[in-house]
Write a protein that binds this ligand. Structure first.
Ligand SMILES: *Cc1c(COP(=O)(O)O)cnc(C)c1O
Length: 474
């Protein structure tokens, strides 16, 4: 964080008088004020600064919920003081968490949902750390039992994985093995995954779906290729499915797609409750197919204020409100309601994608038919403006549509991406389309692109490049 300074190099204080016709107040911006102020004054100051954040509903970069029913918000406010870790003091909040885990286990076809193991987290990132740790620990146990070295674990995944997997590998000292993109292949494929596996592979991460373009990775194909690897070599490598988004899309819209615990090789799955689980940030879920998939020595038994409490988490204290809101959504919508919401998202995404393809200068990379997310690029031969110019033009009207370059081997490819979420209606999609249409004549008249990747700003939500030498967000 850098402190903003004025031209004379002094950090500027906040002057409140006389805007709010209150007592004159002068408060430092970057130091704790000596004295406090009236709550209304403080509220107004904070409230006004936050106006500059823009309008979350127009943020088409994020996968995270920006709309919730008033009743969900009310429940969250009612639960504001509840700490998720205090399972002894708030046993009913803990019970609701437990029910959510069971509902997800059934939704994802766990063999024995009553004995499913899982937990809520702050999001998919924490869930990914837990999933990865379980894979690592299981592999270590197996290796040690065989009397073989367990010090060089690796994890196989596509280069398109969300940044949380890069973090997992780095923080927990696992060698990340990324399958690069190649030609028109923008995610992991079975043969490429297997090529990178060896006796030190703790698991393969399959993403449902990719943050780069919304496409589903072929989980069942990856599982089948690993079955084949096992029959040839004896290597038994589990799969973790990163279903941050797709874990709450596929069960409702693609019931015949086999990606979940129906595949015996799938050991664990994560999802973000705050993405297509439709809860405000931050809640995620991590589930294991059975107790064997989650080594018991990772679970701490805390004796806390008189109760024995099993916990597998990176955090200790964390809000309970989001878990309550998740349970509210499950009750409120049911299977059918979720299907309706997700169906609408997919309809809006596919229609908007088709309309954008019809404008002329753009070519779709994906069409919104898997995740309700699509990516598009400039058609060959359009060279007066770039995707970065398009992103900037839309921003003038408040829309956040990220433009970003693809990773290694396809860094030549720059794309825009739209994430359709609950609340982004056909009507709002039309307004976006109109704004895009209106911007095109001006963009066409440019003599060349005004902006490139360096001007893009960092808001691609996981679709940022993994090579730290490249400019961007690091
Ligand atoms: C969003 C996302 C994550 C990270 O999830 P958070 O809930 O934001 O922590 C991980 N993986 C994928 C595929 C995602 O889309």
């Amino acid at each position: 964080m850098t402190v903003q300074r004025d031209k004379r190099g002094e950090s500027r204080d906040l002057e409140i008088n006389p805007i709010f016709s209150r007592e004159p107040v002068r408060v430092p911006r970057y130091a704790l004020p000596d004295q406090g102020m009236e709550p209304d004054t403080a509220y107004q100051v904070v409230h006004d600064e936050l106006m500059l954040d823009g309008n979350a509903r127009q943020n088409l970069a994020t996968f995270v919920s920006t709309w919730a029913e008033p009743q969900a918000r009310r429940l969250m406010a009612e639960c504001a003081e509840k700490n998720m870790i205090d399972k002894d003091e708030y046993p009913q909040t803990a019970e609701l968490e437990n029910r959510c885990v069971h509902m997800l286990a059934r939704l994802w076809h766990a063999e024995d949902a009553r004995h499913a193991t899982g937990c809520s987290t702050t999001g998919s990132s924490e869930a990914a750390m837990l999933g990865g740790l379980a894979l690592k620990r299981r592999w270590q146990h197996k290796r040690r039992a065989e009397g073989r070295p367990a010090d060089r674990p690796n994890l196989v995944m596509g280069i398109n994985v969300q940044i949380c997997w890069e973090k997992f590998a780095d923080y927990f000292e696992v060698e990340p093995r990324y399958v690069p993109m190649e030609g028109d292949r923008y995610h992991l494929t079975p043969d490429k995954a297997v090529e990178l596996c060896d006796e030190n592979t703790i698991g393969v991460v399959a993403v449902l779906g990719s943050t780069f373009d919304g496409s589903y990775e072929p989980v069942s194909g990856i599982a089948a290729a690993l079955d084949d690897l096992e029959s040839r070599t004896g290597l038994d490598i589990p799969v973790h499915v990163d279903g941050a988004s797709g874990g709450m899309i596929a069960p409702f819209l693609d019931p015949d797609l086999t990606w979940d615990f129906r595949l015996p090789r799938v050991a664990s799955i994560n999802t973000s409750g705050h993405k297509y689980g439709l809860v405000m940030p931050g809640v995620g879920w991590a589930l294991w197919r059975d107790r064997d998939a989650l080594p018991d020595d990772l679970v701490f038994h805390v004796n806390y204020l008189g109760g024995d409490m099993p916990t597998f988490a990176l955090n200790f204290s964390r809000p309970g409100a989001q878990v309550v809101a998740q349970y509210y959504n499950f009750l409120r919508l049911g299977f059918d309601g979720y299907r309706r919401v997700q169906r609408t998202c997919r309809d809006v995404a596919t229609r908007l994608a088709a309309e954008i393809a019809g404008l002329g200068p753009f070519e779709l990379i994906t069409d919104g038919g898997e995740l309700p997310v699509f990516a598009f690029r400039m058609r060959d031969g359009i060279d007066t403006f770039s995707v970065f110019d398009v992103s900037a033009a839309l921003r003038e009207r408040g829309w956040l549509v990220p433009a970003y370059t693809f990773p290694e081997h396809r860094t030549d490819l720059a794309a825009l991406r739209v994430v359709v979420r609950n609340g982004f209606s056909h009507d709002l999609a039309d307004l976006l389309l109109e704004d895009l249409r209106r911007a095109l004549p001006r963009l066409r008249e440019q003599h060349g692109p005004h902006r490139d990747a360096d001007d893009a700003g960092g808001f691609a939500h996981g679709a940022e490049t993994k090579n730290p030498r490249r400019p961007g967000r690091h």
